[in-house]
Design a protein around this ligand. Sequence first.
Ligand SMILES: Cc1cc2nc3c(=O)[nH]c(=O)nc-3n(C[C@H](O)[C@H](O)[C@H](O)COP(=O)(O)OP(=O)(O)OC[C@H]3O[C@@H](n4cnc5c(N)ncnc54)[C@H](O)[C@@H]3O)c2cc1C
Length: 317
Amino acid sequence: MTNTPKTIAVIGAGMAGLTCAAQLAEAGYAPVLFDKGRGPGGRMAARRAEVGGETVSFDHGAQVLTAETPEFAAQLSAWEAAGAAALWPAAGEGAYVGTPGMNGPIRVMAQALDVRWGVRIEKLQRDGDVWLLGHDGGEARFDHVICAIPAEQASVLLSDAAPEYADKAKGIISTPCWALMAAFDAALDLPDTVEGNETDAVHWAARNSAKPQRAGPECWVIHASADFSRQILEHSKDGAANALLDAFAQQTGVSLPDPIHTAAHRWLYASPQVGEDAVRHLWNADAAIGVCGDWLHGPRAENAFLSGRALAAAILY
Ligand SMILES: Cc1cc2nc3c(=O)[nH]c(=O)nc-3n(C[C@H](O)[C@H](O)[C@H](O)COP(=O)(O)OP(=O)(O)OC[C@H]3O[C@@H](n4cnc5c(N)ncnc54)[C@H](O)[C@@H]3O)c2cc1C
């Protein structure tokens, strides 16, 4: 470790920010993470709901974790050993899900670190030799800063602090995804996962209640395709839920019973369209600012993990 910084802040405690922070902590740093969310998840979130007197949890963001690299495969095994992930063969060979919810791995990483939940960083500026982070509860100063938030949000936060990085983020377009969480009082006559083809309105649906360590009634998560999500982008939550239920029934040919619970969530920046010039991470040692996230590498959790690791390696070099 060269020039050990006194303090280091990570903005965003999703897969990328936490992975980076974990590596830095292992090397002796004491990173402080800030996340606007109320709890661990980011786009690997799980949403609780009361259904028929029971508390159930829906994975309304990322659905499965798969590894294309030995690094992520080893990490998945480590999370499995820690009880934070399990194989789910219904989604294919080698497909994992977080346990007891998709945010299991995020929760485990966050527990080992200093994460300040519910803090949205609204201002980032250089103040002499340090970085000034502004939020609605005040200000904080750090020697180094890492930005680990989606491209559309990074482009705004970095516009004064690191205009070149902000421009790079501005060049990324993320596709939206409307997600429907629905529960029924009877099992649907469908396999545990349903995949749409390129022209279908429903891109993916999964029987959430069939995933390992989920209990309770028949629960489904249904994701609209990017095209269909754009078509219904400005619908109300109820309107989007109805549109997705109709599309799902039509696509599967199943006559759906009336759901006993529905909730819809709109992911405006679900999936970044990453170009050929993906760089994995950004790091400016002189200015002590770095950037990581799936938008620098690819639209999957594994890419966010690899981006976070690459940035940590660059800082520790
Ligand atoms: C609907 C959907 C389905 C998906 N399906 C899959 C899948 O099946 N498999 C897969 O591998 N991947 C999937 N993904 C992608 C995967 O979830 C992401 O690639 C990964 O979670 C990105 O991690 P990240 O750390 O880069 O970003 P995020 O998870 O978005 O984390 C960024 C964090 O920054 C916080 N934040 C943002 N702005 C601020 C601010 N100003 N101040 C403080 N905090 C801030 C947010 O609250 C968030 O927690 C899916 C994503 C979505 C939305």
